[in-house]
Design a protein. Structure first.
Length: 279
């Protein structure tokens, strides 16, 4: 989802520019691809029947809308993201959820503003994650819950790097991965995540591995890898001939994940839960 810090991993400039626009353009594809994770997250969040939910790094709003629909009347669900294009797309969905464009690290949350915090792939980009989670803790009630999904190790998620591995020799200016810093795999280290949350004041921390099958139509595969990720960021700067070579080179690299009309892969993630108190 959208980067929720002002400078980390491209920060606001990236998510209000090419990356944010790419997520908006592929909104339907991404919603369908990540629906199993959405359902898992909504189930986990709604189990405690929270009254006020904050969805961090909400992107185009699928998870926010889904949890609002699950909780129904009497609940308040707000999605927050730093990307104006994605927040605008989220607002266009309609429904009971509300959306806020803000920097989670810096925004002045009112004390006790929410009793649940959730995120699907929206918390790995903070410049200062301890500060960000501490700021969220400051806006939570004393018995609030925290539930989020983050990627495990890059080596456990070969689908996510198939395009850049195949196209590396054709796109030498691709943005590099930052496995130890803000980025998609920034929360791969379980001990690191535990330490961040504990230092930020969250307790009862649980970090469990989950493997979730995700899928989308094969007809959307080229659109997926030419718009998103390092390849998607690099392609606008090349000529048409190079673009065609990239497509012809990358498309076969996804063969292990293509099953007839469907592209299918395993998302190797952490399901992280915590509380604002020791309960």
């Amino acid at each position: 989802m959208g980067d929720t810090s002002s400078t980390g991993y491209g920060g606001a400039a990236r998510w209000n520019g090419a990356s944010g626009q790419a997520w908006v353009q592929t909104q339907a594809l991404m919603d369908a691809m990540y629906r199993p994770l959405e359902e898992l997250l909504v189930e986990a969040v709604s189990a405690r029947r929270p009254r006020s939910v904050l969805d961090v790094g909400c992107g185009t709003g699928a998870t926010t809308v889904a949890v609002a629909a699950r909780l129904g009347e009497g609940s308040r669900c707000c999605g927050v993201d730093i990307s104006e294009p994605m927040v605008a797309a989220a607002r266009a969905r309609g429904g009971a959820a509300t959306f806020l464009r803000a920097d989670v690290q810096e925004h002045a949350w009112a004390a006790g503003e929410f009793d649940a915090v959730m995120s699907r792939f929206g918390v790995m980009f903070f410049d200062d994650p301890v500060r960000a989670f501490g700021n969220l803790r400051g806006g939570a009630t004393d018995d609030a819950s925290l539930v989020f999904v983050a990627w495990r190790d890059i080596e456990e998620n070969p689908f996510m790097t198939a395009a850049e591995r195949a196209a590396g020799h054709l796109l030498p200016d691709m943005p590099p991965r930052r496995p130890d810093g803000p980025g998609q795999f920034g929360f791969a280290d379980r001990d690191k995540v535990h330490g961040i949350l504990a230092e930020a004041g969250w307790t009862g921390i649980s970090i469990e591995p989950i493997d979730v099958t995700c899928a989308f139509g094969e007809e959307d595969l080229v659109g997926y890898f030419t718009r998103l990720g390092p390849v998607g960021l690099a392609l606008p700067g090349v000529d048409d001939a190079t673009r065609e070579r990239v497509i012809d080179t990358v498309r076969p690299a996804f063969a292990p994940f293509v099953h007839g009309p469907e592209v299918r892969f395993t998302a190797a993630c952490w399901l992280v839960k915590a509380h604002s108190t020791g309960q």
